[in-house]
Design a protein around this ligand. Structure first.
Ligand SMILES: Cc1ncc(COP(=O)(O)O)c(C=O)c1O
Length: 435
């Protein structure tokens, strides 16, 4: 099944890109250096269902999937038809689009906390809007946050680890707590007593299994301290359940943010929640964008949500995820490679843990390289995203590619030749040698 694939066209473009685009990519997590530069495709030119084609003409089963927005599959016919039909009628008007009302109604039916909502575009926009609304509604300045919410100043790039250009005093308005530790959250709420507008968290994030009663505990603490609870459902939404993590865990937040999955790849962000919070906040602050009512994304969202409402999308994603993660662990055991899957099946993460961390990092690179050679795109560490279009054929091909890749890895580790197998040894350096 393995074949030597050329990545020449990808590399040619990338060499141009780094002189034109800082970091070479619009998205940090899509940077080619995060994968296996030189031994992994970089640019895509086509896609269909569960598969993507690179600019060198190679096809792959894709588990990166735009980092999460593609949940039904690429070029999903009913969604693409809806986009084409709307395209013939216009993209953005000075008048409002009836789709704004229709999609809002659909969302109130699907998402437990959604009494009212506004449409924006990306994740950073909706989480920033939630913060602004919570501060406006409560009149309090502080936010307690756990996890990555996007690049907006409010979050001081929490989770991304770099904070250049964000004024230091903004750090006084945001704090965190030890994840899954209710005592730690309670202590922070006490420390900032009377000051906390909002507690923000992901209902679940890759790799972790949320402890029982955690969400109920957070909900109670927020109520005790008059702080709004905001769920960032950008990964969990339209993936763990049609109604997101809030449906899955059975706890309703005051506000929630969605920005992936809802429109099968079209850029639509939704900030939604309690009607009193939403209406009061929007009376007293400005959250307004030109493209909120952009109709192609809304048409895609309407079609996507109809499919979620009428077909077993969620069951299918869970089933595929379970079969894959069980297969990964079975094959890892067979080849004696310390590869493990963690978290929830529709969005699992993977670890490779040898005693020597450098070996673990090299084996990850080798795994990405060997899987790409065999036509499968994984992401270092996961998340292993899945669509409704990933079926038995894709599972079988993926596990067969993994079987062969792990055999290469096991032998290389055994003979201490992992570095010799890498078509890229120093990821950054190897790029510079192409320049
Ligand atoms: C949980 C979560 N929140 C917020 C964001 C930021 O979204 P965006 O990149 O669309 O601004 C992301 C992005 O990956 C995310 O995973």
């Amino acid at each position: 099944m393995s074949q030597d694939r050329s990545y020449d066209e990808s590399l040619k473009l990338y060499r141009k890109a780094i002189d034109l685009i800082p970091g070479g990519s619009q998205t940090n997590s899509k940077r080619p250096t995060a994968f296996a530069l030189g031994a992994f495709p970089i640019y895509a030119q086509d896609a269909e269902g569960a598969r993507v084609q690179d600019v060198d003409g190679n096809w792959y089963i894709d588990y990166v999937l735009g980092l999460g927005p593609i949940t039904l599959g690429y070029c999903y016919p009913a969604v693409d038809e809806a986009i084409r039909e709307q395209l013939d009628r216009g993209i953005t008007y000075g008048l409002l689009s009836p789709l704004e009302v229709e999609v809002a109604e659909q969302i109130t039916e699907m998402i437990p906390c959604a009494e009212m909502m506004r449409f924006l575009k990306g994740g950073a926009e909706v989480t920033q809007a939630a913060a602004r609304m919570a501060r406006t509604f409560t009149g309090k300045p502080m936010i307690l946050n756990s996890g990555y919410r996007g690049w907006a100043d409010t979050w001081r790039a929490q989770g991304a680890g770099i904070e250049g250009g964000v004024p230091e005093p903004l750090g006084d308005l945001i704090d965190g707590w030890t994840r899954y530790d209710l005592d730690s959250l309670a202590a922070k709420l006490e420390e900032h007593a009377g000051q906390v507008a909002m507690v923000a968290l992901d209902p679940a994030s890759g790799g972790d299994t949320v402890p029982a009663e955690y969400h109920e505990g957070v909900r109670e603490l927020c109520d005790d301290h008059d702080a709004l609870l905001m769920y960032d459902e950008i990964v969990t939404g339209f993936r763990m359940a049609a109604g997101g993590g809030q449906e899955y865990f059975g706890v309703t937040p005051d506000l929630a943010c969605f920005a992936k999955g809802i429109a099968n790849g079209m850029p639509l962000g939704v900030v939604c929640g309690r009607a009193d919070v939403m209406s009061t906040a929007f009376d007293e602050t400005v959250i307004s964008v030109t493209y909120g009512g952009e109709a192609l994304s809304l048409a895609a969202a309407r079609a996507t949500m109809r499919i979620y409402a009428n077909e077993p999308v969620i069951d299918s994603i869970w089933d595929t995820g379970r079969t894959l993660t069980q297969g990964f662990e079975r094959l890892a055991e067979r080849h004696d490679v310390p590869l493990k899957c963690h978290g929830y099946a529709p969005m699992s993460s993977q670890t490779i843990d040898y005693e020597n961390p450098e070996l673990s990092a090299d084996v990850w690179t080798l795994l990405l390289q060997e899987m790409a050679r065999r036509g499968v795109l994984l992401r270092r560490g996961g998340l292993l995203f899945i669509t409704y279009s990933h079926g038995d054929e894709e599972i079988e091909e993926t596990l067969s590619a993994l079987d062969e890749s792990l055999a290469v890895i096991a032998e290389a580790v055994d003979r201490d030749t992992v570095k010799d197998h890498l078509r890229v040894t120093e990821v950054e350096e190897s790029f510079r040698s192409f320049a």
